[in-house]
Ligand binder design. Structure first.
Ligand SMILES: Nc1nc2c(c(=O)[nH]1)N[C@H]1C(S)=C(S)[C@@H](COP(=O)(O)OP(=O)(O)OC[C@H]3O[C@@H](n4cnc5c(=O)[nH]c(N)nc54)[C@H](O)[C@@H]3O)O[C@H]1N2
Ligand SMILES: Nc1nc2c(c(=O)[nH]1)N[C@H]1C(S)=C(S)[C@@H](COP(=O)(O)OP(=O)(O)OC[C@H]3O[C@@H](n4cnc5c(=O)[nH]c(N)nc54)[C@H](O)[C@@H]3O)O[C@H]1N2
Ligand code: SF4
Ligand SMILES: [Mo]
Length: 902
């Protein structure tokens, strides 16, 4: 079959890049950036550019699976039986315990049409507001911030504003990793206009700082103090816009009173920065012709998330820096359709069309449109509260779609206990490998990227048409279609004989119904349709009926969608993060994203190439903290919080300050022994947004003695081996599973324990590693302190494992990846020692440039030869394709230059 191209969007971050999917009608063969798409103009980052390499069918859900008793295993079933069963259980539960005994937990990665179907199902049919989404962990503080300060949940800016601004404040956002294509656009703009000032506020020195003129490494959680301190200086210096304040805002006097106490000395002290840098930062903002701020999880994921958002927006209102080119408070959205979720009302407190579930008039409007008597009044549960209610037995049937709460919610011990206790759990998933799937009584296979049709809204309010390229594998179905099919079966049981509310035969039909609910509201997108998006391309809302183009910028006229038409200053005092530093937990744990992984790694974790940059979860600690605790690089440590513990290797990392610790968020129970990173994080949440404080948990680090070490590599049937092997490592203190190898992917396992495991366990592991028969060379020393096995096929290593001691690990891995199996290897294998022979070269190290496979060591060698960025690009080709590695190359250039000159 010939190769076809389907234009669609990337399924990862909120930048919302257009992709051209190359396929043969059955399989996706490649992806390119869509040059026509106004979010990316052809660019893609390392994740977008590798989409076609992800999604191993062995990890996908292909058929519905049902468990008919908690102690039983799940078995394959058909869709009719699956959905009839679900409808019966839901109907019975609702009849017996009321509508609030069931709940839906959904996701910012669903399409707008999927969201709308779920919303109507929960509120109109079931009659509950218990429908919340993972956006509660992500954007809900920004929602509150915009609503409170500006009157509606609408980011007022466009991506162009980032390019055109004179002064950019990037706060609590590592956009070099998390919004890479936008960062590329910023890099290019800064190269064109070097006078543009970029300030980064982040407790860590991230790759985003490589572009910054100023980096303020504030102490975790002190942003509100910083913003008030900046405003204090702006007032003192007269750098505010009195005319704008008078004409378009209210509440300034109260704020002025509050910030009087936020003197530079006190604020610098609270934030752990110098008075000079605070003054300089305020100067850049106060004197800039245009000022734009970008923020993400560093502000939102906090017990002061709402206050942080409003304190930042205060700065824009006080300087009149909103509604103009290059100006405004611009919240970056995380997930591809976090915006669509907010628009369709997919947080428990919202309703479609930017309405409030707590507002009687809003409820009446939506009820009338849906032709039901009324919508439920009882407030719905938010994510953390919802799982608490599940644990307490109040929620008896839980429907989870497109999110992996058994990895991503804070306080995982509680989440796992809740899922174990819940009488009926439905999981609607594209990948059946996630931690949450384990708990499903009914597991429903969902179509995923490239296989479904609908729409998404990106960070700049731009709606794109997501198009289907190929059919979903097996019996997987589009989310909206699963939801509507279930809803129709539930209707027959709850309101028999009445006309169906879910008579939708396409995602387009859902969009057509939904869009009318936005008519006349701030987000009015009633002029859009799938067909119009096809003819005019992606459009920014508002886009009312009859419009021919979208709206790039909001509030140009200074009119805000509040009762008075004025924007509001919010005066809230700074509050420290919930978990104070104390002797037992003296470190603050910060968690967040890596460049090449996506959340729980269900998709990115199927592509070996994406582990090339970072192979496993490693704790970063400042060198002083390492010294104080006598820790060495690579050593395993136990990381403990008030809620749980985790064993991981530690690494000196001077991008975090003393007193802090850093761990990537991606590792859950599948990839790491234990309950994952979130066993440590705290469920305490912001009082208004209910968003938990995922970025600041009190922890301590302890040494552990785990002398018995294990290392293995195996090629072939990776996902099946992964799933089969993972449970065998439950008895080890530490175990980390990942993928490795670019051309010949393999499953890699590292493990450790205090004593050697039982011989039978090791034998079972060997069997799954393909190391028990065939061309396998083995050596075990009599005391069983060293055990080596290598499988050699056609002169190449295809599986290997070291047990007891793993000194030869890197050497063997390099032999495996180079495809050699020479005399040295045979000699080493039969010797009682485990150490590699003397001529073993260094380990390959991490891959910096994933597109062109350039290692960090090659880049460092180039720098030592005197090459600059352009030279490195020319000679090594690194950074010449997607550019995601360029910030890191810049950082290496800067640090190496220091090392050379020092
Ligand atoms: N590669 C990749 N990209 C992604 C994702 C992914 O999983 N992988 N996920 C997407 C999603 S859903 C989201 S929400 C976004 C998240 O995007 P970001 O928010 O940019 O990413 P994070 O790494 O979670 O956190 C950002 C920064 O907040 C800093 N921070 C921590 N505490 C504080 C604080 O108190 N104050 C300030 N000012 N900063 C603080 C951290 O040090 C970190 O560098 O990324 C999106 N893009
Ligand atoms: N410690 C810590 N924890 C965090 C964060 C942090 O910064 N630190 N960040 C938080 C944030 S901002 C977020 S957004 C969450 C994200 O947390 P999750 O929502 O749990 O993240 P994902 O792993 O992306 O889950 C999406 C799931 O949907 C599945 N899927 C993919 N496509 C489809 C589809 O089309 N249909 C269906 N039905 N399923 C599909 C994927 O396989 C995946 O399992 O994590 C939060 N947790
Ligand atoms: S920046 Fe990368 S992950 Fe985000 S939408 Fe674009 S290609 Fe996808
Ligand atoms: Mo997110």
């Amino acid at each position: 079959m010939t190769t076809q191209t389907t234009a669609s969007t990337c399924c990862y971050c909120g930048v919302g890049c257009g992709v051209l999917i190359e396929h043969d009608g059955e399989q996706i063969l490649g992806v390119q950036g869509d040059p026509e798409h106004p979010a990316n103009f052809g660019k893609l980052c390392s994740k977008g550019a590798t989409l076609h390499l992800t999604g191993d069918l062995d990890a996908r859900g292909l058929y519905p699976e049902l468990r008919l008793g908690k102690s039983l295993a799940r078995g394959r079933t058909d869709w009719d039986s699956a959905l009839d069963h679900a409808a019966s259980v839901f109907a019975e539960t609702i009849r017996e315990h009321g509508p609030d005994s069931v709940a839906f937990y959904i996701s910012g990665q669903l399409l707008t049409e999927d969201y709308y179907a779920f919303n109507k199902l929960a509120r109109a049919l079931v009659g509950t507001n218990n429908i919340d989404s993972n956006s509660r962990l992500c954007m809900s503080s920004a929602v509150v911030g915009y609503q409170r300060s500006l009157g509606a949940d609408a980011p007022p800016c466009s991506y162009e504003d980032i390019e055109q601004s004179d002064c950019l404040l990037i706060v609590g956002s590592n956009m070099a990793y998390a919004h890479p294509v936008l960062f590329r656009r910023l890099e290019e703009a800064k190269a064109r206009r070097p006078q543009m000032q970029v300030i980064v506020v982040d407790p860590r020195r991230t790759d985003t700082c490589e572009l910054a003129d100023m980096h303020l490494a504030i102490l975790p959680g002190t942003d509100v103090a910083l913003f008030h301190g900046i405003l204090h200086i702006l007032l003192w210096e007269g750098w505010i816009d009195r005319r704008y304040i008078d004409a378009h805002t209210e509440g300034f006097d109260a704020l002025k009173n509050l910030v009087r106490d936020y003197t530079p000395g006190i604020v610098a002290d609270t934030c752990g920065i110098s008075v000079e840098s605070l003054q300089a930062c305020a100067g850049l903002i106060g004197k800039a012709p245009s000022f734009l701020s970008l923020w993400c999880m560093g502000l939102n994921q906090s017990t002061s998330g709402s206050a942080k958002n409003s304190a930042l927006i205060n700065l824009h209102l006080a300087t009149g820096q909103i509604g103009r080119v290059g100006a405004g408070p611009f919240s970056l959205t995380g997930q591809p359709n976090a915006m669509g979720g907010r628009e369709t009302g997919s947080l428990s407190n919202l309703l479609p069309g930017h309405r409030e579930a707590g507002n009687a008039q809003h409820r009446a409007e939506v009820a009338r449109y849906w032709q039901v008597d009324a919508l439920p009044e009882t407030p719905g549960l938010t994510a953390v509260e919802l799982f608490d209610a599940v644990a307490a037995g109040k929620i008896k049937a839980l429907w989870i779609a497109c999110t992996n709460p058994a990895q991503s919610l804070p306080d995982q011990s509680k989440v796992h206990a809740a899922l174990t206790a819940c009488p009926f759990v439905v999981v609607q998933e594209a990948f059946f490998t996630t931690e949450t799937c384990e708990y499903a009584d009914l597991l429903l296979p969902a179509a995923s990227w490239g296989e479904k049709d609908g729409s998404v809204t990106n960070s700049e309010r731009r709606v794109s048409h997501v198009r289907r390229a190929i059919a979903a594998p097996g019996e997987a179905r589009a989310d909206w279609s699963i939801t509507c099919d279930f809803a129709r079966r539930l209707e027959q049981r709850l309101r028999p004989g009445l006309p169906s509310l879910f008579d939708f035969t396409s995602s387009e039909a859902l969009f057509e119904e939904y869009k009318q609910l936005t008519a006349g509201r701030d987000l009015d997108l009633s002029g859009l349709s799938h067909a119009l998006l096809d003819s005019l391309g992606p459009q920014q809302w508002p886009f009312p009926k009859g419009a021919r183009q979208g709206t790039a910028r909001l509030y140009a006229d200074g009119q805000f969608p509040t009762e008075s038409g004025r924007a509001r200053f919010l005066a809230e005092a700074y509050r420290a993060p919930r978990e104070k530093r104390e002797a037992r937990f003296p470190l603050t744990l910060n968690t967040g994203r890596l460049r090449d992984q996506w959340h729980g790694m269900s998709r990115t974790g199927t592509a070996a190439r994406l582990f090339g940059h970072v192979e496993e979860a490693v704790l970063g600690l400042h060198p002083d903290e390492m010294r104080r605790r006598r820790l060495l690089n690579g050593e395993l440590v136990k990381l403990r919080s008030r809620r749980g513990s985790l064993i991981v290797p530690v690494q000196a990392d001077d991008s975090v300050r003393s007193g802090q610790a850093w761990l990537p968020m991606h590792w859950g129970k599948r990839f790491l022994k234990g309950l994952g990173v979130n066993v440590l994080t705290q469920p305490a949440f912001d009082p208004l947004s209910k968003q938990p404080e995922l970025k600041q948990a009190g922890v301590e680090v302890e040494q552990v003695e785990l002398p018995w070490q294990f290392f293995a590599l195996v090629e072939g049937d990776i996902q099946q081996r992964f799933t089969a092997l993972r449970p065998l490592f439950d008895d080890f203190a530490y175990a980390s599973l990942s993928l490795t190898g670019r051309e010949r992917p393999a499953l890699q396992i590292r493990a450790a324990s205090a004593v050697a495991p039982e011989a039978e366990l090791l034998a079972s592991i060997d069997a799954l590693l393909n190391l028990t028969d065939g061309p396998v060379l083995a050596y075990d020393d009599p005391q069983r302190t060293v055990g080596k096995r290598v499988r050699i096929e056609d002169g190449r290593i295809t599986a290997l494992r070291l047990a007891g001691e793993t000194a030869a690990r890197d050497w063997l891995k390099s032999l495996w990846s180079s495809g050699q199996a020479d005399a040295d290897l045979r000699r080493w294998l039969l010797a009682p020692l485990s150490a590699p022979p003397g001529n073993a070269g260094p380990a390959a190290g991490k891959t910096l440039c994933n597109c062109l496979n350039v290692s960090e060591s090659a880049v460092c060698a180039g720098i030592l030869q005197g090459l600059d960025l352009d030279g490195l690009k020319q000679q090594l080709k690194c950074g010449t394709s997607c550019g995601s590695c360029v910030p890191e190359i810049r950082r290496l250039l800067a640090t190496q230059a220091v090392a050379i000159s020092a």
